[in-house]
Design a protein around this ligand. Sequence first.
Ligand SMILES: [Zn+2]
Length: 208
Amino acid sequence: MSQKVFPVMAAGLFAALTLSTSALAQAPQAPAYATTKVEGTDNVYIFRYANHQSMFIVTKAGVIATDPISLRRPAAKAYIEEIRKITQAPIKYVIYSHAHYDHIAGGKPFKDLGATFIAHKNAKARIVELKPDDVVVPDQVVDKQKTISLGGMTLELIYVGRNHSDSTLVMRLPKEKIIFTVDWIPLGAVQFRDMADTYIPDIEGPEK
Ligand SMILES: [Zn+2]
């Protein structure tokens, strides 16, 4: 398999369950955020803020961003500033990886710039029903699959059923052979003793 996969952890749970106070105090101070170009690409980047990561794609016609990762913190401001160091092209899309607020809260600065928000239909239904603070309601939804084409880039948004949440999208760049998806369990391991809102049997395989 030559696909690059970027599984990302839910930072809050990770900190709460695996780091004691003293371990936190002793942890080396990493920069609050950083942007890294994905190896082998010209225009695909990972933006990290604390322990959360998002992918963004830069084209001449505009930028496709993913999760704002701004729950009770100014990550979206830093995220947009990082994008602006690379391009002045408009930020056309924000894609929600799944419905968990630690990933999708705080998208208003992107909305103010005119971005179209896209999520799985179960994510939009949950957001519309629960009306969480500081979560932009998606403008468009994905059922099984949706393809975004922008500036010569193709991004597939694929729903493969319940795994972590019932609204996770697999984001695939077919030309670059990259998959970006969030909070999945790695092969042969689990991230947390209690992986919240995760459907283990469904991850192992769909019901026949
Ligand atoms: Zn999650």
